[in-house]
Design a protein around this ligand. Sequence first.
Ligand SMILES: C[S@@+](CC[C@H](N)C(=O)[O-])C[C@H]1O[C@@H](n2cnc3c(N)ncnc32)[C@H](O)[C@@H]1O
Length: 296
Amino acid sequence: MTPLILATNLKDYALLDSGNGRKLEKFGPHVVDRPEPQAMWPTHLPQSDWDKAVAIFTGQGDDDEGAGARWQFKGAQPAPWPMEYGKTKFLARFTPFRHMGFFADQTPHWDFMLEQLKRQKQPGTEQPKLLNVFGYTGVASLIAAQAGAHVTHVDASKKAIGFARESQELAGLSDKPIRWIVDDALKFVEREARRGNLYDGILLDPPKFGRGPDGQKWEVFEHLPALLAATKEILNPKGGFLILNAYAIRSSFITLHDLTTLTFPKSTLHESGELVTPEKFRPLRIPTAIFTRLVL
Ligand SMILES: C[S@@+](CC[C@H](N)C(=O)[O-])C[C@H]1O[C@@H](n2cnc3c(N)ncnc32)[C@H](O)[C@@H]1O
């Protein structure tokens, strides 16, 4: 297996600079300054560029809830603003969790998903069915719906799904077939397996820890094997695709690759690697997530 290193290419997003444990990014009209423990090199832009940040996330390391972890705004907190991936519009916003309510580094997954949906959409066939599990604010769900898929989006957070619906309206996709479901990921997928439902594409973006809507515990190392086993039951064995992504877990993409090889020994394509965000002006990259993806 040759590891894939896939870089984001989102319009209106740029990693302008990084260093000294911070990163300076542009999200549409807003420049923001956030912690980045991996940026152990020096910065290169002058302080006057860093001073353009309208929001600074204070607090260090990976702990978004640690002491002092919060946004500090220069002036009023900006209202949610539109961003675009291809033809799909969605809303970005400042969340309490150090990010902008979506993950700019995920564009390679969206590209792959679109390629696969296009392959599956043969003239005379039904619209492909996509399941987005741990789908959060739904950018991938909107992109898939815009590309003509029937989408089922599952997340434990009502609030995240509320944000997703706002983006759906902004994107002009209110008439598209998207089922927004507040449920526990494992419970939902196991139920779909019992019902014998099949999907042509499945996205899994599990957090390290989480809670279902009824307090169900999610712990990636404990529950991912069961989730994959249930996912296998509902992934179309004729050309279905799976993208499994993970942030901030103490593991390598090799583990994701090998675990999915055990679950899906007969794929026609199976590749794994890391998502990275390249700096705009220097040949430096910030790795953000590990992933594996396969086609049956
Ligand atoms: C890492 S984020 C997903 C990121 C998203 N796919 C994206 O690209 O924007 C994790 C999501 O998992 C959800 N979550 C956590 N535990 C869950 C559970 N047990 N069942 C369903 N969703 C859960 C959270 O509400 C959160 O929206």
